[in-house]
Design a protein around this ligand. Structure first.
Ligand SMILES: Cc1cc2nc3c(=O)[nH]c(=O)nc-3n(C[C@H](O)[C@H](O)[C@H](O)COP(=O)(O)OP(=O)(O)OC[C@H]3O[C@@H](n4cnc5c(N)ncnc54)[C@H](O)[C@@H]3O)c2cc1C
Length: 295
């Protein structure tokens, strides 16, 4: 731990509150939190953590994560300072920490279509590839041509097919590989049309989602033939509040932090929704948000 602090003084913080870095604004302290600025720095950081037996996790913008109230007794590596973007005609290569919404806006300006669905998703490119982020009938898998990743200190490349993308998942979910960058191929179109589609999606988000409160996006994945929000609402749970957490009155597949919510409050709401929906409809809701509880 001393070595890591000494070698990476400018990018490592001790006892960093994870609530400051998650869109849910929940989570206790990380023993160490690091913000590498390049793939080289990330690679060196991980090899030092491994040499010193320090457990680590990789996080993007923590917009799909619920950190535990006890925090994380190890190293939380945030990629958000790794945000280089290189354009080459219709193709763009973005580092893992680049903002998905930022990239969508930049593509619009360049008259490149394919990321309109992503405007308003508050994640990073790495998180989007890991989760196969999607909305409004499209997903990152529709535009991704390859990604690079770190595995045992070496950089490799994966083609689109090798990602085995499906609904909210990719091969990265079943490996400990770290996504370093993604290359996307977009399609030229009239910037006004692209902008109209992106802003239509954003308006729909504002109308349907409780963006006025901290949240982590959809809590549950869509089960076959049903919508979690409708099931939770029909189970009479819309607006249910435990501590500072609430099943949103605006959209029942969102849990919002109404002030001072803890991970325990949120987990209680998640369990209640799962139980009630199962009792009523025989459907077991599976969480989309990822709970980090290794403390
Ligand atoms: C208001 C709101 C709206 C949202 N709308 C949508 C939506 O429409 N569609 C949708 O799909 N999602 C949506 N989300 C959820 C979330 O924004 C996306 O899943 C996003 O892609 C997650 O990116 P992130 O950087 O925040 O990932 P994080 O939450 O930081 O991490 C998610 C997972 O990815 C892993 N990960 C992150 N970066 C890397 C990396 N470089 N290498 C390896 N693993 C990595 C993490 O370990 C973690 O397991 C929404 C969230 C919010 C708060």
């Amino acid at each position: 731990m001393k070595t890591l602090l000494q070698n990476f003084e400018s990018i490592v913080r001790q006892e960093e509150p994870l609530s400051l870095h998650s869109t849910m604004r929940v989570g206790g302290p990380a023993r160490l939190a690091a913000f590498p600025r390049s793939a080289d720095e990330l690679t060196m950081l991980i090899s030092t953590a491994k040499e010193n037996n320090i457990r680590y996790i990789i996080v993007g913008n923590a917009s799909n994560i619920l950190f535990d109230d006890g925090g994380f007794d190890g190293l939380v590596i945030f990629t958000t300072a790794m945000r280089k973007i290189e354009w080459n005609g219709n193709t763009v290569t973005a580092e893992c920490g680049a903002s998905l919404t930022g990239l969508s806006a930049a593509a619009t300006k360049r008259g490149l279509s394919g990321l309109e669905f992503a405007f308003g998703i508050p994640g990073s490119i790495g998180g989007a590839v890991y989760m196969n982020a999607g909305a409004y009938g499209s997903e990152i898998s529709a535009v991704l041509t390859e990604s690079t990743y770190l595995q045992n200190g070496e950089i490799h490349t994966r083609t689109a097919e090798e990602h085995h993308f499906s609904y909210r998942t990719s091969i990265y979910r079943s490996t400990s590989d770290i996504i370093l960058s993604a290359t996307l191929t977009l399609t030229p179109d009239d910037p006004r049309d692209i902008e109209a589609r992106a802003s239509r999606n954003m308006t729909s988000r504002k109308n349907k989602q409780p963006l006025e409160y901290p949240n982590a996006g959809s809590v549950f994945k869509r089960p076959e033939g049903a919508f979690p929000g409708a099931l939770i609402e029909q189970a009479g749970l819309k607006g249910l509040r435990i501590g500072g957490a609430e099943i949103s009155k605006k959209h029942a597949n969102f849990i919002v932090n109404r002030g001072g919510a803890t991970a325990a409050d949120i987990l209680c709401l998640i369990g209640t929704a799962q139980n009630e929906v199962y009792q009523k409809f025989g459907i077991m809701l599976e969480t989309e948000i990822i709970y980090i509880n290794e403390h």
